[in-house]
Design a protein around this ligand. Structure first.
Ligand code: GLY
Length: 571
């Protein structure tokens, strides 16, 4: 298991029915002037620097996201998309800058003449790429909420790309792990494997082509990428490898302000990502189901909590089958968070025995899934400013380095988000998720996501959080919230504690190596659950604000990355 043992003090970390293992936790970063938590130290420092310059949470979130494009190019992006949930004062909003399917995409794009999926077509190469939403999305987030000038917010990322940065271990290992697929494209091989090798950890890397893009982005806004030479270059390189993404697609893309999913849980108000993500609906429905199943009164350790939450997820993920782009979904938050439906779902849980996923509708549309692959895609950042404004922002290329095609004229990778569609309804995708017709490929549609940027608040206190890890994001987000809300964990301990996961199909509880004691595992198996061990389940980063202006930031120790920091008052 890849939980790092960094930190200064050891505490007992336990989850659900987990082992009371002694593990180490880092102390939370605490202070008074704003806080940032992201995947990379250099990006977190950029966010903190923007806060110190008087920027607000939106300024810092956008600057951090742009810094991630430079230092974490495997997930941070201008060639992908994302979602953000924002709380500024009493205003709570949701920005959808998810990719869309190119105009030429249709339900058979990824099928051969016999109707069988073409291997890798939705994963590798530009046919897998959706229309990037990040250039317009980040600009729009700043336009609506930012306080500093746009060029000030972009400048730190431009500087990192121009002056260079030390390659992280994570970037190095990601490149090495994906070398075979990345070097299928000469554009990617030339930039990322000069003389055949990935840059070593700690090597200084400059990306002048990205610096040039960011300079133009700072002066012109998104059209520096979505029109003109760069858009034409994206179309050309896409066509070269059989893609369908065009400059017209890029020019036509628009982010959308939507209402977030809103619900109340355990005394907290919560806002999370609605369609085209399933994330907020999954977090909300499973919180409501476990509440109905007396979670609060269930012993913290032992099999019962694991059983109950697995049963809640089994049902919530079955309903995910109905979700997709808001224009095509067969249900949404109104139906799936309705009290009557949640009552029905929780009443169907046997408190002692596992249900079979095949008995939980809408099973009749699905076939069995092969499993859930390990992936460390996507990147999340959480920011709070001194006024208690919060941004939870998750952004993704889908897989690490997206479709593996680097666009030299632009300085970034294109995503492979088309695999988040049900390219063949009823068959599992990269995450083993079995999805329905509502999420079928169609021109202009947004593919269903699991990203769960979330903000929760009650009198005198608020948190922003979210994570990376595909289908495991909503289950990890909920577990962190439950740890924090109900078990008196501080923010860092709530992130550190071991986790489990269930997603309806495959019909298994996925457990981090140290999440279940042998007794708990045996008890769960006796109840009919199948357990699969996995190294780690998602990575969550969070910030917290308390009345009086105290802030706190925490990053997930899984995956070896992450950096949090606070701006301390100057007195
Ligand atoms: N690409 C992962 C997600 O959006 O859920």
């Amino acid at each position: 298991m890849s939980i790092s043992r960094t930190g200064c003090f050891a505490i007992v970390l336990v989850l659900l029915g987990s082992l009371p293992l002694a593990a180490a936790s880092r102390p939370p970063a605490q202070g008074g002037g704003g806080a940032v938590a992201s995947d990379e130290r250099l990006a977190t420092e950029v966010g903190l620097e923007i806060l110190r310059q008087g920027g607000n949470a939106a300024d810092a979130a956008v600057a951090t996201a742009l810094a991630l494009v430079v230092v974490e190019p495997e997930a941070g992006n201008l060639g992908g998309g994302g979602l953000a949930v924002i709380k500024f004062g009493d205003e709570v909003t949701y920005l959808d800058f998810r990719e869309t399917a190119p105009a030429a995409a249709h339900r058979k794009t990824y099928l051969d003449e016999a109707g069988e999926p073409v291997p890798e077509a939705s994963l590798v190469g530009p046919l897998a790429a959706g229309v990037p939403g990040s250039p317009s999305g980040l600009f729009e987030l700043h336009r609506r909420y930012g306080k500093l000038k746009w060029r000030v917010v972009v400048e730190p990322a431009r500087r990192l790309a121009a002056d260079g940065f030390a390659v992280s271990r994570r970037l190095h290992h990601g490149l090495v792990a994906k070398k075979e697929v990345l070097t299928r494209f000469s554009e990617t091989a030339d930039r990322w494997f000069p003389e055949g090798e990935a840059p070593a950890p700690g090597a200084m890397l400059r990306i002048p082509e990205l610096a040039a893009t960011l300079a133009d982005y700072a002066s012109e806004g998104p059209t520096a990428i979505t029109s003109g030479d760069r858009a034409r270059a994206i179309e050309e390189v896409s066509k070269r490898y059989g893609g369908i993404l065009t400059a017209d697609d890029l020019a036509a893309y628009a982010p959308v302000w939507r209402e977030p999913v809103r619900f109340e849980a355990f005394g907290w108000q919560v806002a999370s990502a609605d369609l085209p993500s399933s994330g907020g609906i999954l977090v909300g429905s499973t919180a409501a189901i476990v509440d109905r199943l007396s979670w609060r009164d269930t012993p913290r350790f032992g099999a019962q909590r694991v059983h109950l939450i697995a049963e809640a997820w089994r049902r919530a993920f079955a309903d995910r089958f109905l979700l997709g782009d808001p224009s095509a979904a067969k249900a949404g938050a109104d139906e799936l968070l309705a009290s009557s439906w949640l009552d029905q779902r929780s009443a169907s849980v046997d408190p002692m025995k596992a249900s079979a996923s095949s008995s939980v509708e809408p099973w009749e549309h699905a076939v069995a899934s092969d499993g859930v692959s390990e992936s460390s895609d996507t990147t999340h950042l959480s920011v709070v400013d001194a006024d208690g404004n919060l941004v939870a922002l998750t952004t993704t290329l889908n897989g690490l380095f997206g479709c593996a095609l680097y666009v030299p004229e632009a300085g970034f990778f294109l995503n492979n988000e088309m695999d988040d569609f049900a390219t063949v309804p009823g068959r599992p995708n990269l995450y083993g998720l079995v999805q329905g017709e509502a999420n079928e490929v169609a021109a202009g549609k947004r593919m269903l996501s699991s990203m769960s940027p979330t903000v929760a608040w009650r009198e005198g206190e608020a948190v922003a959080l979210g994570g990376r890890g595909g289908s495991r994001i909503p289950t990890a987000t909920l577990q962190v919230l439950l740890n924090f809300w109900l078990d008196d964990d501080n923010l860092q301990a709530a992130l550190d504690r071991p986790r489990v996961h269930h997603q309806w199909l495959p019909d298994q509880i996925f457990s981090e190596d140290d999440a279940l004691s042998p007794e708990t595992k045996a008890e769960l198996e006796a109840r009919g659950h199948e357990i699969t061990w996995v190294g780690s389940l998602a990575q969550v980063h969070a910030v917290r604000w308390s009345a009086g202006g105290q802030v706190e930031a925490a990053v997930d120790p899984r995956g070896g990355g992450g950096a949090s920091g606070v701006v301390r008052p100057l007195f």
